[in-house]
Design a binder for this molecule. Structure first.
Ligand SMILES: [Zn+2]
Ligand SMILES: [Zn+2]
Length: 129
């Protein structure tokens, strides 16, 4: 079953396809504006919320509380520095077998998972050193 999307949702999906890493709702708003696809910030949030519940968009929160959105297809994981907020993408994923197991065992439809490691990046812990 394919969900029918509003024009706003489609624009956001198209934009997210072209962005390599997660971006905030504010950045989406600015980005769409620069493409002459003006959309109110409230509409951006509303559309993101709908897409999130459909499992098409995932959200992750940085240490500073900022929410970043990306397409769920990108199974990317991160090392996040608690001090400067640097976020490094890691490409390994140990969780795929587990995801299938959980799906089956709990009859739970899993759209995506997140895996994030927190600590201090090299720059920050060498300053402390
Ligand atoms: Zn750092
Ligand atoms: Zn994964």
């Amino acid at each position: 079953m394919k969900a029918i999307h509003t024009r706003s949702q489609q624009r956001i999906l198209t934009l997210l396809k072209t962005t390599k890493k997660g971006i905030s709702a504010q950045e989406i708003y600015v980005e769409l504006r620069s493409l002459n696809q003006n959309m109110g910030l409230a509409t951006v949030y509303r559309s993101l919320e709908t897409l999130k519940l459909e499992g098409l968009v995932q959200m992750r929160r940085l240490g500073n509380g900022e929410a970043l959105y990306s397409l769920t297809k990108q199974d990317k994981h991160h090392l996040t520095c608690l001090q400067c907020g640097t976020s490094v993408t890691i490409n390994q994923c140990p969780a795929h077998g587990l995801e299938e197991q959980l799906q089956e065992k709990h009859n739970f439809k899993i759209f995506y998972h997140t895996l994030e490691f927190f600590g201090l990046c090299q720059k920050c812990h060498s300053l402390e050193g």
